[in-house]
Design a protein around this ligand. Structure first.
Ligand SMILES: [Zn+2]
Length: 452
C-alpha cells in the first residue's frame, strides 16, 4: 500500500495518512446548506472527496466517506420566508435537487449522507455533556459555547481572539458571557416553523454542533480526515474542534483538509449567463459531467480555481482527446510499454503526494498524446484504470457517449450512402454537425467525433 500524504491545515505539514489494520480511513466532509440549488463551487468538495475515496480504495485502503446535508439553518429560514413557503418543505426540496444535481456527475454517492434534522438526539446529548463539563451555558433558551474555557481555541485558523467574529446576529450579544462565544442551541423565534423540544425549551441546533454530532455518530472521534472548503476554517471548523475536544478529550480528526474556492473572475462576469452556467445542473447540461469534473480537478485542490465558460470548454476539449484515443487508436499487442508503466507510477505518486490532480492529469494527457503518435502496448488498459480513479471512466466508453438520436441519424446517413443518395447523406452530415458531431468515414464504417 502506497503512503498517502495530505496537507493538514491544523499541523501545517503534509502528513502521512495513518491507517490501522484493516486500513480503515474515515473521512467527513462538510456538505451543503440546502437553501438554494448548488453551484459549481459547491460541487468542488463533493468531487474532490469522492475522488479521494476512489483513489484510497484503489490503493487498498478502506475509505468511508460521510458528506452531510445541513437542512436546518438561518439561511434556509430566510430563503423560505422570501419564497413564502414552509421552511421544512423548502429544505426537503433543495435536498432532493442537491442529490439530483450531484448524481448527474456520475460519481456515485458517499457512504453516508446524514441530515442534521435526523441527528437531533445526538446533538442535544453532546450539548448536555458540554454544559455538565462547564464548557457551555444556557441563556434565555439559547445555549452558548464558552470559548475561553477551551485552551487551544484558534489553533486551526491561527487567529487572534480579538479578530474573531462568530458572525452571529447582533441581537444575541446580550445573551453571551463573552462576544467570542457561539451558539450551540437557539431558542425558537417567532415565525420559525421548525423546532424541536430540548431541556432548554423549543429550539434548533447551531450549525457547528450539527457537524460535530453527525461526524461522531458515523465515524467516532479521532478519525482520519475532516474536510471542507477553506471558507469553513473559521468559525465552522474551529468550533467543531473546540466542541468535540472539550466534550471528549480527544481530537475530532487527525488531518484537516481544505479545498480552495471556485472564483467567478472577470471572464465569467462578462458572460451574462454566468448566473446560470455557474449552477451545477446548468454546467452539466451544457458541457457534460466529464467537463465539469475535468475543470474541478484541473487545479490543485488547495488552490483557488477560476470559473468561466472558457475553462469548461477547455476541459471538454482535453476530454475529447482522450475519447478520440479510445475511438481511433487500436490496442497494441505485447507486454506493457515501459512508458506506460512509468506514467502509471507517476500518476499514482502525484495523487499520493497531497492529491495533486493537475500533475496526475498532465501525466495522463501526455500518455494519451503519445498513444496517438505510436502503438503503446498496455496503454488502453492503464488509461482506463487511471480514468476511473479521477471519475472520467466514461471517456473510455466512446460508443455510449453518442446520444441515441445522433446514432440513428448516422445509421440513416449510412443507408443514404448505400443507396448512393449523396445529397441526403450530406444533409444528414450537416445536421449531425449542428448537433456537435463530425462524421469521419473509416474502413470500419462511419464514426462520430465530438466537434472541437
Ligand atoms: Zn460542517
Amino acid at each position: 500500500m502506497r503512503e498517502v500524504r495530505i496537507k493538514d491545515t491544523l499541523g501545517g505539514d503534509v502528513t502521512a495518512l495513518e491507517a490501522g489494520d484493516p486500513p480503515q480511513v474515515g473521512i467527513y466532509a462538510c456538505g451543503p446548506t440546502v437553501y438554494s440549488r448548488i453551484h459549481v463551487g459547491n460541487a468542488r468538495p463533493f468531487v474532490i472527496f469522492m475522488l479521494l475515496r476512489r483513489f484510497l480504495a484503489h490503493q487498498g485502503y478502506q475509505p468511508s466517506l460521510v458528506i452531510n446535508v445541513t437542512d436546518v439553518n438561518d439561511k434556509i429560514y430566510d430563503a423560505a420566508r422570501e419564497l413564502g413557503v414552509d421552511s421544512a418543505a423548502h429544505a426537503e426540496e433543495m435536498t432532493r435537487l442537491y442529490l439530483e444535481d450531484t448524481e448527474a456527475l456520475g460519481l456515485g454517492r458517499p457512504d453516508a449522507e446524514p441530515l442534521a434534522t435526523e441527528t437531533i438526539p445526538e446533538i442535544v446529548a453532546l450539548i448536555e455533556t458540554l454544559i455538565e463539563a462547564g464548557h457551555a451555558y444556557e441563556s434565555s433558551g439559547d445555549v452558548y459555547f464558552r470559548v475561553r474555557s477551551f485552551v487551544g481555541y484558534g489553533k486551526l485558523s491561527n487567529r487572534d481572539p480579538a479578530e474573531m467574529d462568530q458572525g452571529e446576529e447582533a441581537g444575541t450579544a446580550r445573551l453571551k458571557e463573552d462576544p467570542l462565544d457561539f451558539a450551540l442551541w437557539k431558542a425558537r423565534k417567532e415565525g420559525e416553523d421548525v423546532a424541536w423540544p430540548s431541556p432548554w425549551g423549543e429550539g434548533r441546533p447551531g450549525w457547528h454542533i450539527e457537524c460535530s454530532a453527525m461526524a461522531e455518530k458515523l465515524l467516532g472521534v479521532d478519525f482520519a480526515i475532516h474536510g471542507g472548503g477553506s471558507d469553513l476554517i473559521f468559525p465552522h471548523h474551529e468550533n467543531e474542534i473546540a466542541q468535540t475536544e472539550a466534550a471528549r478529550g480527544r481530537p475530532l480528526a487527525r488531518i484537516w483538509m481544505h479545498n480552495g474556492m471556485v472564483l467567478t473572475g472577470p471572464e465569467a462576469k462578462m458572460a451574462k449567463s454566468v448566473g446560470n452556467v455557474f449552477m451545477l445542473h446548468e454546467a452539466i447540461e451544457r458541457f457534460g459531467p466529464e467537463a465539469v469534473i475535468g475543470f474541478l480537478i484541473s487545479g490543485h485542490y488547495r488552490q483557488p480555481l477560476s470559473f468561466g465558460e472558457q475553462a469548461l470548454a477547455q476541459a471538454r476539449a482535453s476530454n475529447e482527446r482522450v475519447r478520440d484515443f479510445f475511438r481511433e487508436v487500436e490496442r497494441a499487442d505485447g507486454p506493457d510499454d515501459p512508458e506506460v508503466v512509468e506514467a502509471r507510477e507517476e500518476f499514482l505518486s502525484a495523487l499520493a503526494d497531497d492529491f495533486n490532480t493537475p500533475r496526475a492529469v498532465a501525466v495522463l494527457y501526455d500518455l494519451v498524446a503519445e498513444g496517438h503518435r505510436r502503438p503503446l502496448p498496455g496503454a488502453h488498459a492503464v488509461i482506463e484504470e487511471l480514468l476511473e480513479i479521477i471519475g472520467l471512466e466514461s471517456l473510455a466508453r466512446v460508443e455510449e457517449s453518442v446520444d441515441r438520436d445522433s446514432k440513428l441519424l448516422l445509421a440513416e446517413r449510412e443507408r443514404a450512402r448505400a443507396a448512393r443518395d449523396f445529397d441526403l447523406a450530406d444533409e444528414i452530415r450537416d445536421r449531425l454537425e449542428e448537433r456537435g458531431w463530425l462524421v469521419r468515414d473509416t474502413p470500419d464504417g462511419a464514426r462520430l467525433l465530438r466537434r472541437p
